[in-house]
Write a protein that binds this ligand. Sequence first.
Ligand code: NAP
Length: 280
Amino acid sequence: MKDVIPTKKQKFIWGSKNIDLKNPKVIFITGASSGIGASLANYYARPGTTLILWGRSSDKLTKVKISCQQKGAIVATREVDLVNTDQALLDLESYLSVHQFDIAILAAGSGDIKNDHEKLESTDTFKKLAMLNYVTPCAMANRIAMQMIEKKRGHIVLIGSVAAFHSLPFATAYSSSKAGLTRFADCLRLALKRYGVKVTLITPGFVDTPMSQRLDCSKPFLMSVSKAVKKISAAINHNKDHVIMPLPFSILKWIDNHAPKRIRDYILLNLKVKQDHPKD
Ligand SMILES: NC(=O)c1ccc[n+]([C@@H]2O[C@H](COP(=O)([O-])OP(=O)(O)OC[C@H]3O[C@@H](n4cnc5c(N)ncnc54)[C@H](OP(=O)(O)O)[C@@H]3O)[C@@H](O)[C@H]2O)c1
């Protein structure tokens, strides 16, 4: 494809600027069966909007579908296990052949905390979280971006985690997979800049969803899911590159980067986090 660099004047017409981000027509969401993804689906559900919602659990997905339909949206759902990247990309292809996404929100993800009796997380956990939190969303975002480049418009939203900023010894797979996603988001944002396609990275701290409810630890600055959705939709509307929410986690990131290594290591080694429920 020929590179076409927009002039200053064109930049205001091109790309995400020519989508009404407050009233997008086609929105694709992964992780739409629960928590942040489900709440974003409900937030965007309205007449004139098509929602393409992916999740794993058919029951939970159906509930979200019904509530979005009741708000007047057209809804298509699909059960997909995103640990299987090749299958996810095949499924994605069938939607891209029919739809042009205005906004793609890749929210699906999962965490894992090693048990006290485990020295490390299992190799299987590592493989699973690497695929789910890093490989699949990056590969899907890359494919979606190709379509958006062709049309010179679109907005890709990736949901990372503040765990990406800290080397968590009890959640090495989660922390490192989200770190990979964080770096990818910035690479993609820069790569797409000249084509008028926007990338926003959302980096949440603790949000009150089933994922954080599984954790048995103090959850500083815990945010309600409705507040998280407000912040995420505002970040999309205002074409933000990166939002860390809530703000105190930006300060913790700064401290992690600047504290003397011995102090930083001591704090990280003494964090106490447990997981309540069995891992899925
Ligand atoms: N909640 C927090 O405190 C927090 C903090 C930082 C970052 N995040 C990030 O926010 C995103 C959304 O999490 P959440 O808080 O909304 O958690 P959640 O309520 O547990 O939702 C997670 C979503 O991901 C889907 N998912 C999990 N494994 C999957 C798989 N193998 N294949 C396909 N879909 C899968 C789930 O599908 P099913 O429910 O159908 O299985 C669900 O829709 C995640 O990327 C998470 O890492 C959350």
